[in-house]
Design a protein around this ligand. Structure first.
Ligand SMILES: [Zn+2]
Ligand SMILES: [Zn+2]
Length: 236
């Protein structure tokens, strides 16, 4: 399968990532990507950039780098109402937004409450991707969540970093099998993302590709194959 984009990466602005935008774009170019999305952690994540960082992204020239870039955020889902940590006024200015569950930004809660948290998040028109919904510590009802994602045209992410030996999200691969089964059943699109925190992992989808191949997951439900396919989901 040919893939041309990676839409979840972090730079030094996130506080625990190690390269600049320019370095990440060069890495994307050397991997043959046609589009790179940079999504810094939103302000509730300890050590990340201030809200003003996101406000000011409007000054950035998306075409001034080795490959075209998009600038968004990785929001923290904060509670079971799907509250996120940037105001709507900021979210609408960004190219797109991912929302994820991260300790310590949300407490561990039971399956019903986590499922509600994610469904409320999916209903937010300024959120386009649910990031790494694969962590055994946040159990969810994949059937309900994936159905909601289909209804609201939100992409479900398959996160390569979660399946690497360095990951701290337990049981990600097994959870992705369940998520992908629901995505195939309801014909819901997915996006493979590297979640790179350094330039060496930009565009890395090896673990995701192996899983997708093992499951025979349909290629037409994967948006990484064409820039326009991805872009049709960030206009919602
Ligand atoms: Zn991070
Ligand atoms: Zn994350």
């Amino acid at each position: 399968m040919k893939y041309v984009l990676d839409a979840h990466t972090h730079t030094i602005a996130s506080g625990h990532a190690y390269n600049t935008i320019r370095e990440m774009a060069c890495a994307g170019q050397s991997k043959g990507l046609e589009l790179l999305g940079i999504t810094e952690h939103a302000p509730a994540m300890p050590g990340t950039c201030h809200e003003f960082y996101f406000h000011n992204l409007r000054i950035m020239d998306r075409d001034a780098y080795a490959i075209p870039i998009l600038l968004g955020s990785e929001l923290n889902i904060m509670d079971d109402q799907g509250t996120v940590d940037l105001d709507t006024e900021v979210l609408v200015q960004l190219d797109y937004n991912i929302a994820s569950l991260h300790p310590p930004c949300i407490p561990f809660m039971n399956k019903d409450r986590i499922t509600q948290a994610v469904i409320h998040t999916i209903k937010n028109p300024n959120i386009h991707i649910i990031g790494h919904l694969d962590d055994a510590r946040f159990e969810v009802d994949y059937d309900q969540v994936v159905r909601a994602a289909g209804e609201y045209r939100t992409l479900m992410e398959v996160n390569n970093s979660s399946m690497l030996p360095t990951s701290y999200r337990p049981n990600a691969r097994e959870n992705y099998k369940r998520m992908l089964e629901a995505c195939e059943k309801y014909r819901v699109c997915i996006i493979m993302n590297s979640d790179a925190h350094s330039d060496s992992t930009v565009g890395r989808h090896d673990m995701s590709l192996a899983l997708i191949e093992e499951l025979g997951f349909p290629e037409d439900l994967i948006v990484n194959t064409a820039v326009e396919k991805f872009k049709s989901f960030i206009k919602k």
